[in-house]
Design a protein around this ligand. Structure first.
Ligand SMILES: [Zn+2]
Length: 290
């Protein structure tokens, strides 16, 4: 019974994943590395292992993550007091791509923020547990990855609540920020979500359009050229080709002197946090592929 339910869920997920992006996507590249076993528990303090090989290492940063006084309910970038950036990964967890990404991040001591889909969290709770145990932040990206801007408040609340519960059940922590699928959430919905859950709406200012699969080197160069102090970078760990681009991308950003923090840490930086009321700016590299 359980097995057949899982099969059904997997089939459903495949259907769903194929329609996640506006464009038709080729099948997801299989993982090249075996999925490591999940051995963490919520109460075990995680220590980042030493880097082996040539990977650069993000410095340990002891940043507060309490952003309550940041002001504003919507952010696409933060006025950071230094070269601090947040890289975000949407639409996971994915059975093989997310663990592979976690290995890449761990080797560099890079902490990221994952905007997860509640339905996928229920399928792969162990991956979310590992993500939290390795020091990353989890954000709410809805339960079914539907366009929220056309839904009633009750349905938006249901999408948020089911995802928050799934994340809590998997990892023991609750998300503190949300990102609407496709960046689509009206201003009044943003206020309603903020009042109901305390979530600010997190958009982005760097979008390499990785979901269109332009190739790893293009993803890397778009991110390297677009990232500024306080940037919030949008990538999708759902896609193997996006994960393929991460070693070069992360090393390139570290070489440029950027320091990776989570979204909450970025928002908490001083009172200099800058609210952005609108959707991501039209044109340029901003798109709808989140
Ligand atoms: Zn998404």
């Amino acid at each position: 019974m359980k097995h057949s339910t899982q099969l059904l869920l997997s089939a459903f997920a495949s259907l769903y994943l194929a329609s996640c992006s506006p464009e038709k996507s080729p099948p997801v590249t299989p993982s090249r590395t075996p999925v490591p076993p999940v051995k963490t528990t919520a109460n075990t303090a995680y220590r980042t292992p030493a880097t082996s090989g040539a990977a650069m290492r993000n410095p340990d940063v002891n940043m507060p993550s309490n952003f309550d006084k940041a002001g504003g309910i919507s952010f696409s970038r933060v006025a950071a007091p230094g070269p601090y950036i947040a890289i975000t990964f949407d639409d996971g967890p994915h059975a093989s791509n997310t663990p592979r990404l976690l290995d890449i991040l761990r080797a560099r001591n890079v902490k990221a923020t994952f905007y997860v889909i509640g339905r996928s969290v229920d399928m792969y709770p162990g991956i979310v547990r590992r993500t939290v145990a390795e020091g990353h932040e989890i954000g709410n990206h809805s339960y079914t990855h539907t366009k929220l801007s056309g839904l009633s408040n009750d349905r938006v609340i249901s999408e948020m609540r089911k995802t928050e519960d799934a994340i809590f059940n998997a990892s023991g922590v609750r998300p503190r920020t949300m990102r609407p699928p496709y960046g689509a959430l009206t201003q009044s919905q943003r206020q309603m979500v903020h009042q109901t859950f305390g979530y600010p709406t997190i958009l982005w200012d760097v979008d390499p359009l990785d979901w269109k699969r332009p190739g790893s080197s293009v993803v890397t160069s778009r991110i390297l050229s677009g990232t500024k102090n306080g940037s919030i970078i949008l990538v999708h760990d759902l896609h193997g080709s996006s994960v393929d681009a991460m070693p070069e991308t992360l090393d390139g950003l570290l070489r440029k002197g950027f320091r990776f923090v989570t979204v909450s840490q970025l928002l908490a930086m001083a009172g200099t946090a800058q609210a952005s009321a609108g959707s991501p700016a039209a044109g340029g590299l901003h798109g709808t592929g989140d």
